[in-house]
Design a protein around this ligand. Structure first.
Ligand SMILES: Nc1ncnc2c1ncn2[C@@H]1O[C@H](COP(=O)(O)OP(=O)(O)OP(=O)(O)O)[C@@H](O)[C@H]1O
Ligand SMILES: [Mg+2]
Length: 514
């Protein structure tokens, strides 16, 4: 027999009805089991999670349809249930719907109508199963053993997450861009008693202040031009769960006041609303800025600062926990290495050395991108990552040094160490984003721009000093010919466009290289 369309159970004390329904649905491609007694059906259905829908008579001597439904729900079964009832009995049928029946049909029933209803019930059931699956999946994805890192600073982070997830205290997560603030926020939520409720994230930096206010607190119809409907805010959506406010340092003063009130009084008004709404939401905030400085400058309210930062979790930048790099690389290889039929599973020694030397101003997000890049660049069938597959700026962590003595590289790009083979200290390829407190970092977009510009300059410089000979320029940079060719193409470089020796644009080009 082919795969059935679904598995049905029919319950009726009248054997002829069971036979009739069984005939109709088996012909239509379903697998049908019948019961003449409610109690026997209850035991069987409760024990079998593979059943897709149940059709039951309402009136049966031992256990009526509604009680069957109630008992099933009590035992945790969510199977959709269709109730059959005598024509005169519509009121009871409505009661059955209230008790959670999927639908009802009146006897004598129309076979086609019944079939359509069952089809719909099964579709809905499969959506529901999918949702359950996704929710479980999400849950495992953010369980905290999915945060990779064995270094001491990360151990401290774990112990803080473990403690903080047990309470409902507000938490402030600090750290440069790409260090995993949102990941930690999710871990806090999914390890707390609120896990079954929602985790709602709002990026405060992404929205202008008027929009942010109505996004957070919702608005009443007509509260402002364009408020055509009443709208629930994110606080309401997160009821019982967790609200994650990303980049909290960007909140405008009048929204700060409103936020403070919610945290103090646990209630708020929608924009344009007059009736306060009670709420039970845990707040987790994140910032990659120096919030204390913002308080001193008067940009961020001090009272709010103390409210949101009862517990602070500081995420270390990747360059301060380089011992975690091999584990992170292994983790991201598992994530990307087996996508689209690829089988990239390892990283060779030279590549690992480059990965360890590089300074990772974009932190884990940048490392993740680098691994993904390498996997995409790998030839079909390749199982190992080699240096030429890494993004150029990561490869150049070493290349810079070889280039330096030959030409005068811009001071922001290289520190020009003596050429002594294997200098131990990593050389920053990009100007470090945050000398000092480590809490300021450029936005990823700035960061990408800086990286691209640095790459470009280094490529042009190497090409110029080798008279645009790709092989020798690649040698000079310490990268493969393949990687050289790829990057020249990626940056759209040509002697005509970018060469200093180009007569009519000499001045402009050498400026660009200065
Ligand atoms: N310890 C870690 N283990 C595994 N993956 C991580 C870890 N930390 C971060 N990541 C991954 O790195 C990426 C960036 O993390 P996340 O978005 O949480 O950073 P963030 O600190 O919120 O960055 P931003 O300040 O730019 O918003 C995500 O894909 C995340 O899954
Ligand atoms: Mg983030």
């Amino acid at each position: 027999m082919e795969q059935p369309l679904g598995r049905l159970v029919v319950v009726d004390d009248e054997p002829s009805i069971c036979r009739a329904l069984s005939g109709i649905f088996e012909c239509a491609g379903y697998k049908v089991t019948t019961f003449n007694q409610g109690n026997a059906a209850l035991e069987a259905i409760a024990a079998d999670t593979e059943i897709d829908a149940v059709i039951t008579d309402l009136m049966m001597p031992d256990l009526n349809g509604i009680d069957l439904l109630r008992n099933l729900r009590e035992r945790g079964s969510e199977v959709p249930l269709l109730i059959m009832t005598a024509h005169s009995d519509v009121e009871t049928a409505v009661a059955a719907m209230k008790a959670g029946a999927f639908d009802y049909v009146c006897k004598p029933f129309d076979a086609e109508e019944m079939r359509l209803k069952i089809e719909r019930a099964i579709r809905q059931r499969s959506l529901q199963r999918e949702n359950d699956y996704l929710r479980r999946e999400l849950h495992t994805r953010y369980k905290f053993d999915n945060i990779i890192g064995y270094s001491e600073p990360m151990q401290e982070v774990y112990s803080l997450i473990a403690k903080a997830s047990k309470s409902r205290t507000n938490v402030l997560i600090r750290g440069e861009s790409g260090t995993g603030k949102e990941l930690v926020a999710r871990a806090l939520h999914y390890n707390s008693v609120r896990a079954a409720k929602r985790f709602v994230a709002v990026s405060c930096a992404a929205l202008p202040s008027e929009l942010l206010e109505s996004e957070l607190f919702g608005h009443e119809k007509g509260a402002f031009t364009g408020a055509l409907w009443q709208k629930a805010g994110r606080f309401e959506l997160a009821e019982g769960g967790t609200l994650f406010l990303d980049e909290i340092g960007d909140i405008a003063p009048h929204v700060q006041i409103k936020l403070l009130r919610v945290l103090q009084e646990r209630e708020f008004d929608r924009v344009g609303g007059i009736k306060p709404i009670r709420m039970d939401v845990r707040l987790i905030a994140a910032s990659n800025r120096d919030l204390e400085a913002a308080v001193t400058r008067g940009d961020f309210r001090e009272d709010l600062y103390y409210r949101v930062s009862v517990i602070q979790i500081k995420l270390p930048p990747l360059r301060e926990r380089k011992e975690d790099i091999p584990f992170l690389v292994e983790y991201f290889l598992k994530k990307y290495g087996e996508q689209d039929d690829r089988r990239v599973r390892t990283v060779d020694e030279a590549s690992m050395e480059l990965l360890q030397r590089y300074d990772w101003p974009g932190n884990i997000r940048e490392l993740e991108n680098a691994v993904e890049h390498a996997v995409v660049m790998a030839d079909e069938g390749a199982s190992t990552i080699t240096p030429d597959l890494l993004p150029l700026h990561v490869q150049l962590g070493q290349g810079v040094k070889r280039l330096a003595p030959i030409t005068e590289a811009p001071p922001t790009v290289t520190q020009a160490p003596p050429v002594n083979g294997n200098a131990p200290a990593p050389t920053p390829v990009v100007p470090p984003p945050s000398p000092g407190n480590g809490t300021e970092a450029p936005k990823p977009t700035d960061f990408n721009g800086v990286v691209a510009e640095t790459e470009r300059r280094m490529l042009i410089e190497a090409l110029e000093s080798t008279d645009w000979n790709l092989t020798r320029a690649a040698e000079l940079l310490g990268i493969s010919f393949r990687s050289m060719r790829y990057n020249v193409k990626k940056h759209g470089l040509s002697r005509e466009e970018n060469g200093i020796s180009k007569a009519n644009a000499a001045g402009e080009a050498s400026d660009a290289l200065a």
